[in-house]
Ligand binder design. Structure first.
Ligand code: 2AM
Length: 174
């Protein structure tokens, strides 16, 4: 199964982002928009693994920082040949970066093969976007804040043809 560890986002964050996505669509932006239920923040992408159990066992033992505030940051994009990825940024707070780095280090030490790319905290809003980037720059994303109290092991699955990120296990922060 396809696994990753990340943060679930509060409903009011997802509703605000879905509203802004609808506004972008109304302004003519075309792409594969993330379903509101699927909006999340990835910490570490694990990829295909036979079972979530070893990852869950590692998370159960992982020393984590205490709950901390999470805030949105300006939007951005990753340029891709088949159309760009548009995302909403997340503030690179020391607590978020410490949590992500500690998790990544523990997974590597346990032998999970992870990609080497540097961590860019982002919430993917849409993929395969070919619309002008100034539409993204002009979008009015509200400033959002929440408290992170747990991290979540997700599986990425197609359920009746629809991509869903299913929470498998929650690890509370210390
Ligand atoms: P993305 O939002 O930038 O696409 C599930 O696929 C989650 O893992 C997504 O948040 C995705 O990031 C992230 N991820 C990181 N590396 C990935 C990869 N190589 N393939 C698919 N998803 C990846």
């Amino acid at each position: 199964m396809r696994l990753f560890v990340g943060l679930q986002l509060p409903a009011r964050w997802r509703e605000a982002m879905a509203g802004e996505l609808a506004a972008l669509g109304a302004r003519g932006v075309r792409g594969r928009f993330t379903r509101p239920d699927n909006l999340h923040l990835t910490l570490v992408f694990l990829g295909e693994l036979p079972s979530p159990q070893p990852v869950q066992a590692l998370l159960e033992e992982l020393a984590c920082p205490p709950p901390f505030p999470l805030r949105t940051a300006p939007p951005g994009r990753f340029r891709r040949k088949g159309g760009d990825v548009w995302w909403l940024g997340v503030e690179r707070s020391p607590q978020l970066l410490e949590l992500q780095a500690g998790l990544e280090r523990a997974l590597r030490q346990a032998g999970f093969p992870l990609e080497a790319r540097p961590y860019t905290p982002h919430i993917t809003l849409a993929r395969q976007v070919k619309s002008p980037p100034d539409l993204l720059d002009g979008a009015a994303f509200p400033a959002l804040e929440t408290t992170v109290r747990r991290i979540t092991l997700f599986s990425s699955q197609r359920v009746e043809g629809v991509l869903r990120y299913l929470p498998l296990y929650h690890k509370p922060l210390a």
